[in-house]
Design a protein. Structure first.
Length: 597
């Protein structure tokens, strides 16, 4: 029994020792593995000197993007003084009023039908420290101040925006001016003089108005008028300037309530239907486009979905933007709010608005309007690509980041803008002016403009090498583009808040050619007309009068770059009344296209 019991007693002890060995081996392996991993991590950290690195290294406030070697050498020269422009927005110390800080714009229009664009500059009233508005007649590249003889100074108005149009179709250019208070409609007599008929025409209003757009929305052959009204800014008193209340903005800044648009109720917009007898009626409430919840700064009439009718897009500050699609049945035009459905109910602080065609399927222009919108600080600008879905519905997608026009604007407050071909290469570029509404002491912070060159699929800012003052900071608001000197490239007029007006001449270096297109037709057919120029594989499209900038108006002659080509393969115009005109093999220079009756 003892022999048989001894092995039985030792066998369990050998199994227990084997399990102990396995436990120790496993524990040692785990510790060795952990030591190796930890040692490896420490070695990597040491090799990178992460403990000694500056946490700010590699962090920038602007998108880093090298300018390609193929980028043009843009250069703009400040010719303001030498050509005779001496307007100033206002030189009195800031009163810290939202009305003064918001304005103002400027507009190009040919008041004497000589082919040279004339310039109207909007400023603060003389009571608010401004020069009053000024009208400069273009005399072959030099300007003469004819404000007093023309009768358009509006010295008592708190000026915001301006736009030229022949509202009564008498062949003479008229001028509409928005104010904080009564607006002006200066009817042109054709001899360089004007008469304010706003009250008699029923378009004076008494709100705080900013943006202006024209278009024959109902197709009756008469030019209608949309006025964007901002906020109800009445009874502002000293108690609203306290620094202990208000809304906190980026950087810890406290905006006094008197400077914060959110404090004030929205003002309803006006859509004035032209009755054909020199008077208008407001049909905005009846058509559902009054937008009573929007703080509107601008709007545009444009055929956004390609059905031949003028749609309406409205830019709102700190309230969703609106897109109203036009429908016509039995001769009656109605609008349907498609903001949410199209993806354009943008709730950011929207100021400037431009319409052009820079992107589509595959990144190439597709002939449908795209919308560029400037925004407030930290909100980024937007570039909505418009396209028609398989269902037939109009849809927009914000391609600002893809095209590299978003990140660059994060630290800026954007205002006036323009879709223009700055270097005449056949691609549509973007010009944008900026100016903060944040204070530094008693003054607003000036900011750099953008000259965004279209390299095909992405944009590059060339402002830093475009010469003074574009390579510096400007407290800008209005931007209006035109070829004022007739040399074939686009020049820029800029209105600065509390600063002097600037006229910058484009001194483009190179031998690129352009085609300047004039439309000869009643303004009811011109506003919203689509003009397309084709050169080889490049197609460039602009919509006459639809690129509204901020409280401003671009020149009446559309300029298209031809690159190195001697001629455009074709020019096609679809007027707002549906009339189409096409010309083949159009040589560089200037051409007038008119409706044949």
């Amino acid at each position: 029994m003892s022999n048989t019991g001894l092995p039985a007693a030792k066998k369990p002890r050998r199994r227990r020792w084997s399990r102990t060995q396995r436990l120790w081996v496993s524990l040692v392996a785990t510790l060795v593995g952990a030591a190796l991993v930890t040692g490896g991590a420490l070695w990597v950290a040491h090799s990178r000197d992460t403990d000694l690195a500056d946490a700010r290294e590699g962090v920038t406030s602007r998108l880093s993007a090298e300018i390609p070697d193929a980028a043009p050498l843009l250069h703009f020269t400040d010719v303001t003084d030498s050509v005779g422009i001496d307007a100033h927005h206002g030189d009195r110390p800031r009163a810290r009023l939202l009305t003064e800080d918001t304005g103002s714009g400027l507009a190009w229009g040919d008041i004497d039908a000589d082919g040279d664009p004339d310039l109207y500059v909007v400023a603060l009233s003389r009571a608010a420290g401004g020069t009053g508005n000024r009208l400069y007649r273009n005399d072959g590249g030099r300007f003469t101040d004819i404000t007093e003889t023309a009768g358009v100074a509006d010295v008592d108005g708190m000026g915001m925006g301006a736009s030229f149009a022949d509202f009564d179709a008498d062949g003479h250019v008229d001028l509409y001016v928005t104010n904080d208070g009564a607006n002006r409609l200066f009817r042109g007599h054709g001899d360089g003089t004007f008469e304010d008929v706003a009250a008699a025409a029923g378009v004076a209003g008494d709100e705080w108005s900013v943006g202006i757009c024209w278009g024959d929305y109902d197709g009756d052959g008469r030019l209608d008028l949309h006025v964007s009204n901002y906020t109800i800014y009445d009874d502002v008193d000293a108690s609203m300037y306290g620094s202990t209340s208000g809304s906190e903005e980026p950087g810890g800044y406290i905006a006094p309530p008197a400077l914060n648009p959110k404090v004030f109720d929205p003002a309803t917009n006006r859509l004035y239907r032209n009755l054909g007898d020199g008077t208008f009626e407001d049909v905005a409430p009846a058509l559902g486009v009054a937008d009573p919840r929007g703080r509107s700064l601008g709007a545009t009439f444009c055929d956004l979905d390609g059905d031949g009718l003028l749609d309406l897009y409205v830019n709102n500050d700190v309230s969703p933007n609106r897109l109203y699609i036009a429908h016509r049945e039995d001769g009656q035009t109605t609008f349907v709010d498609q903001s949410a459905a199209t993806g354009t109910a943008d709730p950011r602080g929207s100021m400037g608005l431009s319409v052009g065609d820079v992107t589509g399927p595959g990144g190439n222009p597709d002939g449908l309007p795209d919308l560029f919108i400037t925004h407030w600080i930290a909100q980024e600008n937007a570039l909505y690509e418009g396209f028609v879905a398989p269902s037939g519905a109009l849809v927009y997608r914000d391609k600002a980041r893809v095209l590299r026009v978003a990140d660059i604007s994060t630290a800026s407050v954007g205002w006036g803008c323009a879709f223009v071909d700055l270097d005449l290469d056949g691609r549509t570029d973007l010009a944008v002016v900026n100016g903060s509404t944040l204070e530094q002491g008693a003054e607003l912070v000036a900011q750099r403009p953008f000259l965004l060159w279209n390299a095909g699929g992405r944009f590059h800012d060339l402002s830093s090498r475009a010469g003074a003052p574009l390579d510096g900071t400007l407290g800008a608001r209005g931007l209006a583009a035109a070829d004022y000197d007739g040399d074939g490239d686009i020049d820029l007029a800029i209105q600065r808040n509390r600063g002097r007006t600037l006229l910058l001449r484009n001194d483009l270096d190179g031998n690129r050619r352009s085609l300047a297109v004039d439309l000869v037709a009643p303004d009811a057919a011109r506003f919203g007309a689509r003009v397309t120029v084709v050169v080889g594989e490049r197609r460039q499209t602009l919509w006459w009068g639809s690129d509204v900038s901020f409280a401003s108006q671009h020149g009446p002659t559309l300029v298209f770059g031809l690159g190195g080509a001697q001629a455009a393969d074709s020019v096609h115009v679809k007027f707002a009344d549906g009339t189409e005109v096409t010309r083949e093999h159009v040589r560089a220079g200037r051409i007038a296209l008119k409706i044949e009756r």
